[in-house]
Design a protein. Structure first.
Lengths: 402, 378
């Protein structure tokens, strides 16, 4: 296929459309992305074929550099590709933490050898990554982490425990923050990579209140990490971690806050069915009706803000303050929506499993439960408020009492 | 802030500088203290008119600049920051849009140029009770000869005292509560039989109850269609609501910024009170709410400019969200300023009083929540 370089956008659209029509298996049309499922299932032959083809083309990571296996497209071309994929009902089979946050970070901070070693397999969707950041004693205060990496000459010896490691039970590799200097807090942290099959790595899924286990505890006992797996300078890991978390936030903000209660049938439709209507066609419970209206309005204003933030970002204003409020505003609204859904369903909104409940009713309960995590992970609501108050509004830190 | 055209940016910047130089919040205090019955400073209004602000939604053929509703919203937002009192909303937006959308060529040429120049102040005379209810019109318009005779009272007419012209909703058939049978009229304020009672409101802005006692008008006073004025009325009200929401956005933003500044300067317990986390988080909430409200207000104004079918629901969303946000911020402004927020000498009281008046005008939050749901079918 030709190198598009700076060629005409409409020519690219034509080429993309032709390639997609020739290579996207029609049986997958409009189907969900299997990689989005929590429980790992064997891919079907067509799913596997689609991943291989997109992987070879590099279009799963369209704007990444071609020399490492990416698509080498401009942002404008990437948007065209996205539109064409939407048109044909094609999902992106290349994803995960490698794409969302680790790959972009490695492209910025990794050395040539590391980039050559790890980026191509991310581009092809062949290697799954997990994030070894939080610890039982280091959640919101991540920098207080204690997992220790001792310098043993040609390798680090790592001991400690990570928690909330998403997908660790399926991951091939881990990017991990370790302590290499116990005398300094932020400047004592290093960013290392290790193969999950290394002896001493033990993974235990954590069962959540929602019944699923998307996160794990990861125990590290005398794990040998080769020196070449250190990314960036020794004790320079905190800066890299912050940049990685920015990438995480950016990739999430496009998708919305996610988690419990979004999508599905509209709340008002559900309410009319479960609660009934009055003689004027209004939801029969006026108190509930008001709270549903308020949530509908909150959701609408949130969607308008997401659009506005995106348009402002693209204009010469650059990213504006609107982006900083997105996680708190979105997660709260969706949590409220999940609560209202349960309330609307009444007794039918209390099912755990079984045929006395519809799939929609059971999903509402699980979604409501898992949704409680959204105001906790990725920077809790309280931490987000601290960020807004201090970095955006410029309010000062508490000084020591005398 | 929405992505603006160059014209819109210039208009907003001009409004910003004029307000900063010529109309800080002290100007509002001065106007209030003067007790001027109009409820605004006539000199300030002249300056605004000279800058063309009263003609922003009026077509160029009738002396306006036709920059549109988002542009008008940008000006109103800047004026709202310092609580600048003027009849711009009632006249340049309310009355003007009634004539632009529903006027005959004669009505347009009789009135629009004078509204654009500021010479004529127009006002919407719609409500008749304690709550906004545009369908509950009882003021009667009975056919007499070629024209009509108007009898009844309109309440809470914004800029009702200053007005030279009223856009009046009257009932030509049916009963209060029926949307059919409502007719709009263009009535000069000096018509025989009109009497005005000035209202002294908590927010010191101009308003009046206007009584129509056998007021005779010709057939040429009908604006739009007889008995079928409600659709036009709703369109006009939606424009007024969106403009008011834009003004509220400016007021709420300034109230927040003034409060934030206080958090950064007031020292107690050996430190700046803005370092206390409880206050920080309340500030973060207000900031978040303001960003969400801005999106709703701008989306409503843009929809009006594009004349899309979702204008009514977007306007109700904007008025309700903005109302809630200004309600919260006006309360927090007093509370966070402590004792001095309770003094008349401080402007916190001005923003609080203005907030409630603006929330009530053209439908409060509850009204617009209900309307939003009815439009969506629940």
């Amino acid at each position: 296929m030709a190198d598009f370089g700076g060629s005409d956008l409409e020519n690219f659209r034509k080429e993309a459309r032709e390639w997609l029509e020739a290579n996207f298996p029609p049986s997958l049309k409009g189907g969900p992305n299997p990689a989005m499922r929590e429980e790992r299932v064997e891919p079907t032959p067509d799913q596997e074929l689609w991943r291989k083809r997109m992987g070879e083309k590099g279009w799963g990571v369209p704007t990444w550099p071609k020399q490492y296996g990416g698509g080498g497209l401009t942002p404008a071309e990437a948007r065209v590709l996205q539109q064409e994929m939407g048109r044909i009902g094609a999902y992106n089979p290349i994803g995960g933490m490698g794409v969302m946050m680790f790959g972009p970070t490695l492209l910025e901070y990794g050395n040539e050898e590391q980039k050559q070693r790890h980026i191509p397999s991310i581009c092809r969707g062949e290697i799954a990554w997990c994030q070894g950041f939080s610890e039982p004693g280091a959640g919101s205060d991540l920098a207080s982490l204690q997992t220790r990496a001792e310098d043993k000459g040609d390798h680090f010896l790592v001991n400690g425990q990570k928690i909330w490691t998403s997908g660790a039970q399926y991951a091939d590799w881990c990017f991990c923050l370790v302590r290499t200097d116990t005398t300094k807090k932020h400047e004592g942290i290093s960013f290392v990579l290790f193969d999950m099959k290394t002896p001493g790595v033990e993974v235990r899924p954590i069962k959540l209140i929602a019944g699923n286990s998307p996160f794990c505890e990861t125990f590290l006992t005398d794990v040998k990490v080769p020196k070449e797996n250190l990314v960036g300078p020794l004790n320079g890991g905190w800066t890299i971690a912050k940049r990685l978390l920015q990438h995480e936030r950016n990739s999430l903000s496009g998708a919305g806050p996610g988690g419990g209660g979004g999508g599905g049938r509209s709340l008002s439709k559900l309410a009319k069915e479960y609660v009934g209507v009055d003689e004027k066609g209004r939801i029969a419970d006026s108190d509930l009706r008001t709270r549903i209206i308020m949530n509908d309005m909150d959701l609408r204003a949130f969607q308008q803000t997401a659009l506005r933030a995106m348009l402002e970002s693209k204009s010469n204003q650059g990213p504006t303050a609107a982006t900083s409020i997105m996680k708190n505003a979105g997660t709260k609204t969706l949590q409220d929506r999940a609560e209202l859904t349960l309330e609307v369903m009444g007794h039918q909104g209390l099912g755990w499993e079984g045929d006395a409940f519809t799939a929609e009713e059971l999903a509402a309960v699980r979604g409501w439960l898992f949704g409680k995590a959204t105001t906790i992970y990725g920077g809790s609501q309280e931490v987000q408020n601290n960020i807004i108050s201090k970095r955006i509004l410029g309010l000062p830190d508490l000084t020591q009492h005398n | 802030m929405a992505v603006l055209s160059e014209e819109q940016s210039m208009l907003r910047d001009a409004a910003k500088s004029w307000v900063q130089e010529k109309s800080p919040v002290t100007a509002f205090r001065k106007m209030r203290d003067s007790g001027v019955e109009l409820g605004y400073d006539a000199n300030a209004w002249n300056e605004m008119a000279e800058m063309g602000w009263a003609g922003v939604i009026i077509p160029e053929d009738f002396g306006g600049s036709n920059f549109g509703y988002l542009s008008m919203g940008l000006i109103l937002e800047e004026l709202g920051r310092t609580l600048t009192a003027s009849p711009l909303l009632a006249s340049g937006l309310g009355a003007a849009s009634a004539l632009v959308l529903g006027g005959s060529d004669e009505q347009k040429s009789n009135w629009l140029p004078k509204i654009a120049s500021g010479e004529v102040v127009g006002a919407l005379a719609v409500d008749e009770g304690a709550h906004h209810a545009p369908e509950k019109v009882a003021l009667k318009a009975e056919k007499s000869g070629d024209g009509y005779t108007l009898n009844g009272t309109k309440s809470f007419v914004l800029e009702g005292l200053a007005a030279n012209l009223y856009i009046v909703s009257a009932r030509t058939s049916g009963n209060p509560g029926d949307t059919k049978g409502i007719t709009l009229f263009v009535v000069p304020a000096d018509a025989a039989g009109i009497s005005k009672k000035r209202l002294s409101l908590a927010d010191s802005r101009g308003a009046a109850n206007v009584t129509f006692d056998n007021v005779k008008v010709g057939a040429d006073a009908v604006l739009g269609e007889v008995d079928n004025g409600y659709p036009l009325l709703e369109k006009v009200l939606d424009r007024a609501r969106a403009g008011l929401a834009a003004e509220m956005l400016g007021s709420a933003n300034q109230a927040f910024e003034t409060t934030l500044e206080y958090l950064k300067t007031r020292v107690q317990f050996g430190q700046v009170i803005g370092s206390f986390q409880a206050l920080q988080h309340r500030a973060a909430k207000m900031f978040t709410d303001l960003e969400l409200a801005r999106s709703a207000v701008e989306a409503a104004l843009q929809a009006i400019d594009n004349d899309t079918p979702d204008v009514p629901e977007l306007v109700s969303l904007a008025k309700a969200k903005m109302g809630d946000t200004f309600h919260l911020i006006s309360n927090e402004m007093v509370q966070m300023h402590g004792g001095i927020g309770m003094t008349d000498a401080h402007e916190a009281g001005f923003y609080l009083k203005r907030a409630r008046a603006a929330e009530a005008a053209f439908g409060n939050q509850a009204y617009h929540r209900d309307r939003y749901a009815r439009i969506q079918g629940y």
